[in-house]
Write a protein that binds this ligand. Structure first.
Ligand code: C2E
Ligand code: MG
Ligand code: MG
Length: 653
């Protein structure tokens, strides 16, 4: 656990810091190395500069004035005067501040008069007499003022006055300032350049760190509200739910957020979400992970909150989310529905916990309860369903969903052929599952949204491919009640059509009466928006719901699909025949096209034709087929051949 914490912390913050520390260490080492090199180079240059100068002075003084006879006897007064004169000249021009001449045995032959060489050791003298110059930087008292002066002491062996015992040695004191200055000038520039380089590199590293931090921030946060995102929730859950620790997950969905978007515009919707995020933030504790999952869905993972405190936590958030907001000068009332699930009881991992909270949230929404805590007893979902739901979550991404297509045929000649896309799940262990086994589960959670998006995308893609192959076909897609009123459906449909270059007229959307009854006004608005963009709307399973005729008149519906419970007993049931015939009459009266579902035999087909039904769909015409089979079926139809096909059998739904 400790390890994973360190890793998580390193992941969240470490990369940029690590980079900076590494960069500073590398740059610091390189810079310090360069500076040490420069200092030693400056010293070496000063040493050779001083030596060269001392050699010139020695040539101008000692070599010129001292002869070999000085080996045995002291200097003549003329020699001494000459030396003194030469030294004075150089001393006056401040080029030389002291001069001494030693014999090879170390005895002094001449001294300019200052006792500057008290510190010259016998070893240094012997070394110089043997031909190896000695250079030493010192502070000596000035010959004139006695104040300490920075000088270079140079012992120069005299080549021209050499003997078998060794050489005369000229000891010179040279002011070190000019020598050191000229040597360090070039190095100063190099040092400056190095320093500038280091500063620039540090600035670049700093900028890089800021960019990396910004990227890391984006990866973990929602750009609109500044709250965390799904990745952050995953990471927080990894820590909070480890070792079966107690934690509560609160899932929140705003009620009527779409209305704000529709009436005040998306920018206002965004502003509302931003304000709401601030309120939620102030109602959570520092250790809670507050994230926006998308749209108007928020989640808070609260470590350490158990079952007894969970409801209160949900209510606190509900209070924060419900109330009035001023958006663009308009007073907006908000309400929310909240589902609460508690780990480890309701789920051990984040996936299970999200599902449980999602189910509770949907119950809260349906029952207008505000906050609803997940409880297995009160949910209709048993453990097996929960497991299936968890598997379905991954099935969509794992490519396990399939679409089968069931054609509908016109009973009176028509141009465009229609096929209905029906989803199946190729379950790795349970085989091909029919929609009845998993659609209702998905519909109880937000999972229906990615499922709808997938079906829509795949159906539109397939239809576009068939049309490219020259088949004049349109596709019908079933839209769940929950997806119909979810913000963004219209945009999703338009974007999907555009991406696959399918005209809107080639797409039909089927919605059930229950979808419309659940939120009539909102459903009506969405259907109008879809219809305005050229998409056909069909009411599925018509006759089983309670759509009021008044309401039906206001809906932009083009097709009524008569439920198969009436159609399947058409031939032998008087009541069914009366119902079907009045639905046909009613639909035609409202200018709609009538489709009969569940046509299983020729007699029913003929009766429907006689009753004036426009289109028929059912096993007698064709079972739902895989896309390849459906393509072949459509080609045969296009070639004027008759239909005959059976689709694969499904596990009972
Ligand atoms: P639906 O939209 O009314 O689809 C027609 C259902 O009736 C299909 O069942 C089809 O196989 C079946 N059917 C067609 N002809 C006959 C027939 O002659 N006799 C009998 N007994 N049945 C016939 P399926 O594929 O099991 O779909 C069941 C329901 O699942 C669909 O009813 C639809 O409400 C839902 N569904 C299927 N695919 C999707 C989808 O992609 N999204 C959503 N939200 N719901 C879907
Ligand atoms: Mg349908
Ligand atoms: Mg139907």
């Amino acid at each position: 656990m400790g390890c994973s914490r360190v890793r998580a912390a390193a992941n969240r913050l470490g990369t940029s810091w690590l980079l900076i520390v590494l960069g500073v260490v590398v740059l610091g080492t390189a810079g310090a190395g360069a500076l040490v090199g420069l200092v030693s180079q400056a010293h070496n240059q000063a040493v050779s500069g001083a030596l060269a100068e001392a050699r010139v002075f020695a040539r101008l003084t000692v070599e010129r004035d001292v002869t070999s006879s000085a080996m045995a006897s002291p200097l003549t007064s003329a020699e001494t005067n000459d030396l003194q004169g030469d030294f004075s000249q150089l001393s006056t021009s401040r080029e030389l501040v002291g001069l001494e001449v030693w014999r090879p045995d170390g005895s002094v032959l001449y001294s300019s008069g200052v006792d500057q060489y008290a510190l010259v050791s016998g070893q240094e003298l012997a070394s110089a007499a043997a031909g190896r110059a000695v250079v030493r930087f010192e502070n000596e008292p000035s010959a004139r003022t006695g104040a300490p002066t920075a000088v270079v002491e140079v012992l120069v062996p005299m080549p021209s006055v050499a003997y078998s015992q060794g050489r005369f040695v000229a000891g010179e004191l040279i002011p070190s300032g000019p020598v050191v200055d000229s040597a360090s000038w070039a190095n100063d520039r190099l040092a400056l350049a190095t320093l500038v380089g280091i500063v620039l590199a540090v600035l670049w590293l700093w900028g890089l760190r800021r960019r990396l931090r910004a990227q890391a921030y984006q990866a973990w946060h929602d750009h609109l509200t500044g709250l965390g995102n799904r990745a952050l929730l995953d990471s927080a859950a990894g820590r909070a739910l480890a070792d079966d620790a107690e934690a509560c997950l609160v899932l929140m969905d705003l009620d009527g957020f779409k209305r704000v978007n529709d009436t005040l515009g998306h920018a206002a919707g965004d502003e509302l979400l931003g304000q709401l995020a601030l309120r939620l933030r102030s109602s959570t504790r520092p250790g809670d992970a507050l994230v926006r999952l998308g749209g108007d869905e928020f989640a808070v993972l609260m470590p350490g909150i158990g079952a007894e405190a969970a409801q209160a936590a949900g209510e606190r958030l509900l209070q924060a989310a419900s109330g009035q907001f001023v958006v663009r000068g308009v007073l907006v009332d908000t309400e929310a529905s909240i589902g609460v699930a508690v780990a480890p009881g309701d789920g051990k991992g984040l996936g299970q916990l999200l599902q449980a909270a999602d189910i509770a949230m949907y119950q809260a929404k349906r029952g207008k309860l505000g906050v609803c805590t997940f409880s297995r007893a009160s949910s209709d979902v048993d453990a097996g369903d929960l497991e299936l739901l968890a598997q379905l979550r991954t099935a969509i991404g794992a490519g396990q969903l399939r679409l089968h297509y069931q054609p509908a045929v016109a009973l009176h000649p028509r141009a465009t052929q229609l096929v209905e896309a029906l989803v199946r799940w190729e379950h790795p262990k349970r085989g091909l599952l029919g929609p009845g086994l998993f659609i209702p589960l998905a519909e109880d959670t937000a999972l229906i949204h990615p499922l709808t998006a997938w079906v829509l995308d795949e159906a539109v893609r397939q239809c576009a491919a068939w049309r490219l192959d020259g088949l004049s076909v349109a596709v019908a897609v079933n839209i769940s009640p929950r997806s119909l009123t979810r913000p963004g459906l219209v945009e999703l449909v338009i974007e999907t059509l555009a991406r696959h270059r399918l005209p809107a007229s080639a797409l039909h959307l089927e919605v059930t009466e229950s979808a419309i009854i659940a939120r009539p006004e909102l459903a009506r608005q969405v259907l109008h928006q879809l219809r305005a963009r050229g998409i056909s709307i069909a009411i599925d399973d018509f006759g089983t719901g309670y759509t009021s005729l008044v309401h039906l008149k206001t809906l932009p519906v083009e097709v009524l699909k008569i439920d198969r419970v009436f159609v399947s007993h058409l031939v032998d049931g008087c009541a069914e025949r009366a119902i079907v015939s009045s639905i046909i009459e009613l639909g035609h009266g409202l200018g709609m096209e009538l489709v009969a579902e569940g046509v299983e035999d020729e007699a029913t087909l003929e009766l429907l034709r006689a009753l004036g039904c426009d289109t028929a769909q059912g096993f007698h015409i064709s079972r739902p087929m895989k896309s390849d089979d459906a393509g072949r079926w459509l080609s045969r139809r296009a070639d004027g051949l008759d239909f005959a096909s059976t689709g694969p059998a499904l596990r009972a739904s």
